[in-house]
Each structure stands twice: as C-alpha cells, then as structure tokens.
Design a protein around this ligand. Structure first.
Ligand SMILES: NC(=O)c1ccc[n+]([C@@H]2O[C@H](COP(=O)([O-])OP(=O)(O)OC[C@H]3O[C@@H](n4cnc5c(N)ncnc54)[C@H](OP(=O)(O)O)[C@@H]3O)[C@@H](O)[C@H]2O)c1
Length: 278
C-alpha cells in the first residue's frame, strides 16, 4: 500500500489516479471523510495533517509515503517533522515529498517552508525522493469561465513575467514512477515544462486552441486582495501570495525541462498540447 497525503486536492487526485492507473493499492489522507468519495483508493484516513496520532495510523502497513502538504499551510515545517517521525517509526521504505521549483527563495514564505521541509527530510535518515514541480498548467483552469466566456485571462502580476509551466499529469506520472521504480533514492528532481511563457503568450496559446480571442489582463493587487478576502482567503495566505506576485513581477520563475524529459522518456507536455486537451 502507498499512502498519499493531501489526496483531496488537485495534486493528490492526479497522483492517486496515476498510481491506481498502474494497478497500485493506495491509502489516501483527506481532511474530511466525504473527500474520499470517488477517489479510487483501497483505504482512507481523514483528519488534520498536524495531528501526530493520525500520522502514526496513516503510516502503518504502507511501503511508501507520498507527502503533499496543503497549499500555503503555515505549519508545513512542523508537519514535515511529524511526518518523517511517523514514517521512520513505521519503517516505510520510501518517502517522497512534493516540494516546489526553487524552494530556496526566502521572499516567498511558502517556498522557503518547503526548503526547510527538505532539510528535515534530508536529516531524517529516511530513503527519500524530492520532487520540485513548477506551476501547473492546470492553474489556468481556475479562470476557465472568464477565459471561455469573456476572452480574458486575468493575471495579478506582470504580463511579461515568464514562468515555467508543467502539466500536472506529467508530474503525477513521475510521482508514480519514483514511488514504484527503484533507483530514485536520494534524488531531488526539478520538474519544469518545456519553455517558460509570458502571460501574454499563455493567452495567445489559449486563443489558438479555443479558436477565439483571449487576452491576458493585469489585475491590480488591491482588486485581487479584495476579491481574495471576499472568497474567504485568510490574511496570511493573502500576504504570501502578494509576495509571490511581487517576486514573479521582478524575476518570473523559470526552471529547466531536462530532468522531467529524462524521467518521462519523452518531451514534457507543451502548453499548446495541454490547452488543446481541455
Ligand atoms: N498549484 C501549483 O501550481 C503547485 C506547484 C508546485 C507545488 N505545489 C504544491 O502542491 C501542494 C498541493 O497543492 P494543491 O494546489 O494540489 O492543493 P489543494 O488543491 O489546495 O489541496 C489541498 C488539500 O489539502 C486539504 N487540506 C487543507 N488543510 C488541511 C489540513 N490541515 N489537514 C489535512 N488536509 C488539509 C484540502 O482540503 P480542503 O479542501 O478541505 O481545504 C485539500 O484537499 C502544495 O504544497 C503546493 O505548494 C503546487
């Protein structure tokens, strides 16, 4: 059995699908029991990821753990400590951590917490693999109604900011590979899609695949902040994401696709191919 944490989220679901698609038996960890409905799992466990006794139970009788911390969780490092302690006590043969591209970016708190978590894992003595994916292509789907109905791709940072994007299905394929194949212990793999794109180029590729005009439109930070607050986003998450937008404005976030291509045994999915598959 393989334990996948954060399994109710978009990353978790993609990885559970990839694993079960290969015939693997999966235990999922979701926050609430109903989130396990419809997941192709053999077993589920529900609760808060900061809860050490749940970690102990979750790691029993599993040969591998794929750990996905909830997005922007302020206690990610503390959760990593509890996770590696439980996995070590249970004697799991493989611990795979879902990190992020360029975790060593101190001005983005959620990246920095992943770097600290990587250090916790390195020091744990567990047989580990760390995956560092860039932003998912699937993130644009959050704006699908605006893109398809108004022809507007809203972006709260510079339209010329260049980001590497990866198809989450490629990430999930690699996750399944490192969980089930030998030879990946001690590896830290950067997972970036083919070529970095500006947000204007993303809109152009969306327009091409949809066969109708789509333009990228800059959203002012004050407007984004007001909308986020109205949607119920907490103050810490808002501050973290604003810091990320500032970073993207200045530097973008660009990785290299070589490692992902090597792991997949083919070129990573392009944004054009992703867009035409929607
Ligand atoms: N999105 C990207 O482009 C990207 C790129 C690289 C890395 N990542 C990383 O991937 C990870 C997952 O991101 P995601 O976008 O897939 O997240 P997500 O869709 O927001 O999923 C997070 C899941 O965790 C659950 N959760 C939240 N708080 C919890 C808690 N305290 N205890 C247990 N479960 C809890 C959520 O349940 P509720 O629905 O009930 O809140 C949700 O099911 C994050 O660490 C993120 O940094 C993301």
């Amino acid at each position: 059995m393989i334990l996948v944490t954060g399994a109710g989220g978009k990353t978790g679901r993609a990885i559970v699908d990839a694993l079960t698609g290969q015939g693997e038996t999966v235990r999922v960890w979701v926050r609430r029991p109903e989130q396990a409905n419809g997941l192709p799992c053999a077993d589920w466990i529900a609760g808060d990821m900061q809860d050490a006794p749940i970690w102990e139970a979750a790691c029993q009788r599993v040969r591998a753990v794929y750990h996905i911390c909830p997005n922007l969780h302020p206690a990610e490092v503390a959760i990593s400590h509890v996770a590696v302690e439980a996995a070590s006590r249970a004697g799991v043969a493989r611990f795979v951590y879902h990190s992020v591209l360029h975790p060593q970016t101190s001005t983005m708190a959620h990246h920095w917490r992943k770097l600290e978590s990587e250090e916790v894992i390195l020091a744990s003595g567990l047989p580990f693999t760390i995956l560092q994916p860039c932003a998912y292509m699937q993130n644009v789907l959050a704006h699908w109604p605006s893109i398809t109905q108004r022809g507007v791709y809203p972006v709260p940072y510079a339209l010329d900011a260049r980001l590497s994007l990866v198809d989450l299905r490629d990430v999930a394929g690699v996750a399944a590979k490192v969980l089930t194949e030998s030879g990946h212990t001690g590896a830290i793999y950067e997972l970036a899609g083919p070529q970095p794109l500006s947000q204007t180029e993303v809109a152009e590729l969306l327009a091409e695949s949809l066969g109708r005009p789509v333009r990228a439109e800059r959203v002012a930070w004050a407007q984004w902040e007001a909308d986020a607050r109205q949607r119920g986003m907490g103050e810490e998450a808002i501050a973290t994401l604003l810091a990320m937008f500032r970073y993207y404005d200045r530097h973008g976030l660009v990785g290299n696709p070589n490692v992902l291509g090597w792991l997949l045994g083919r070129p990573p999915t392009s944004f054009a191919d992703f867009a035409s598959s929607q």
